[in-house]
Ligand binder design. Structure first.
Ligand code: ATR
Length: 277
């Protein structure tokens, strides 16, 4: 075990709760791998304390934080500067504290795209159908649009799909009931809902209309391979799981806080997946 010095760099993840987060394991693996004098810790911060505690952590010498549920909008509000990725996503998942300023970015979209590329998938191969209209859909939709992809939002609650389409100019919407029949028109299907997650209802999508080139992707990673991905694999479609997005979205924060660009590889995947494997 490497001991910290008095000039160790500090970062962490804040959520409420935060105990389920795999980020300490992920960043801790990189810190050990690159022999960095630094630590990455879980920080449970209650919503009512967020706006006071986070700037205090900046004053206490932290280099920055990852931000998870339910703080992504609150993090946006406390930033001195938000970069274009956060502005487009309307939410911040990565904070960097530097020279007395708090800068926010959103690495979810870039992480999603990098994970597709790591699987040999060209994100811009054709139109994308996004299931869901929450924060994850917005970040991923914006990142896909930045790659020049035509995006369609399909959500159980049509009003939320319409609202998200307004935030992603050019995006179309599709009624939830048409999600299976419409697949013929798409090159990429992304589940951004919580459906299919352990203890949640299953996501019901019939893949029989899917073209052979459809790539099926899920941001859920508990279980590592969802029923949607099982069904897609059984039809011979290429699948992309959610854990890789978590690994890839972490790269930019680690680089900003610790000054090393870390590598996402199979060994890291296995360590972070841990008991999920
Ligand atoms: P996040 O910000 O993490 O993306 P969210 O804002 O809570 O999460 O969004 C969850 C998504 O899962 C929403 O698109 C939600 O659909 P609604 O807008 O209709 O609520 C979707 N979702 C959750 N449970 C669902 C269910 N049983 N059937 C269909 N969609 C569901």
């Amino acid at each position: 075990m490497r001991l910290l010095t008095g000039s160790a760099r500090l970062a962490g993840v804040t959520g409420w709760p935060v105990a389920h987060s795999r980020s300490p394991r992920l960043h801790g693996t990189w810190l050990a791998r690159y022999s960095i004098d630094g630590a990455y810790v879980p920080l449970p911060i209650a919503p009512q304390d967020f706006a006071t505690v986070v700037p205090a952590l900046a004053k206490a010498g932290f280099a920055g934080l990852n931000v998870t549920i339910p703080h992504k909008e609150a993090a946006f509000a406390i930033c001195d500067v938000v970069d274009p990725s956060a502005a487009r996503a309307g939410a911040v998942n990565t904070l960097v504290f530097r020279n007395g300023k708090i800068t926010g970015s959103n690495t979810d979209g870039a992480g999603f795209i990098a994970n597709l590329r790591a699987h040999g998938v060209n994100p811009a191969a054709g139109p994308a159908l996004l299931l869901g209209a929450g924060g994850a859909a917005r970040a991923i939709g914006a990142a896909l649009q930045d790659e020049g992809v035509a995006v369609t939002i399909c959500n159980r609650t049509a009003e939320r799909a319409a609202a998200l389409a307004l935030q992603l100019p050019g995006a179309k919407t599709l009624p939830w009931a048409q999600r299976s029949a419409a697949l013929a028109d798409y090159a990429l299907l992304v589940n951004t809902t919580s459906l299919g997650m352990a203890k949640q209802p299953p996501l019901e999508v019939d893949l029989s209309a899917a073209p052979h080139h459809l790539v099926v992707s899920d941001i859920v990673y508990v279980p590592l391979q969802t029923a949607l991905l099982d069904a897609a694999q059984a039809r011979g479609l290429q699948i992309v799981g959610g854990l890789g997005m978590l690994l890839h979205q972490a790269v930019l924060g680690f680089e900003a806080w610790f000054g090393v660009t870390p590598e996402v590889d199979e060994a890291l995947y296995r360590i972070v997946a841990g008991d999920l494997l």
